[in-house]
Write a protein that binds this ligand. Sequence first.
Ligand SMILES: C[S@@+](CC[C@H](N)C(=O)[O-])C[C@H]1O[C@@H](n2cnc3c(N)ncnc32)[C@H](O)[C@@H]1O
Length: 193
Amino acid sequence: MSSDFRLFMTQLLRRPHQVVALAPSSRGLCAEMAAELDPEGGPVIELGAGTGNITAAILAAGIAPEDCHSIEMNPEFCDRLRARFPGLNVYQMSAGDCGALPVENVQAVVSGLPLLSMPTALQRDILTGFTQKVKPGGTYVQFTYGPKPPVTRTVREALGLTWRRSHKIWWNAPPARVYRFQQLGADATAAAE
Ligand SMILES: C[S@@+](CC[C@H](N)C(=O)[O-])C[C@H]1O[C@@H](n2cnc3c(N)ncnc32)[C@H](O)[C@@H]1O
């Protein structure tokens, strides 16, 4: 068992309502989360980085550690992220405050948060922060294990968000899909579904 996996499981037992996942995201899910990132497209914000599996995929997509801004509220996960990814910007804070990060013109917010288990007010803060930080056409990338969009209808409608979703990633525990949200009018090719 890797030390990252052991740390994840220890924190899952200690803080089940924050971690809310059976295991760290699989390689296939992480690759899909990072699949549309552009190495020349500007900075990326990551939410709920955990032990860093999605972070690794973001960096593998060609984003420099200095251009990746990873928020994680768990101090032990933050220590692991700093040790694992030199140069990465790690912020120990709530994702609800992502609108206050010192970065602009972000190409994407990539989220490993348990969004559906969060109160609507916190979801709204997180997605409002996304709309403040991304450049036009920027995306909010979020995986979910369930059959519905992981951003509630109330928040989608309040912020004018459209979405599209990936194929199902079966080789993940549990199987998951990746949703990509954009603000209406931000990209003419995005269709409301
Ligand atoms: C499902 S785990 C995902 C971890 C990792 N990104 C992955 O995919 O393997 C959710 C992570 O979100 C973090 N988290 C939960 N609520 C948060 C919040 N309000 N602000 C920042 N991080 C949060 C947890 O500590 C945990 O690391």
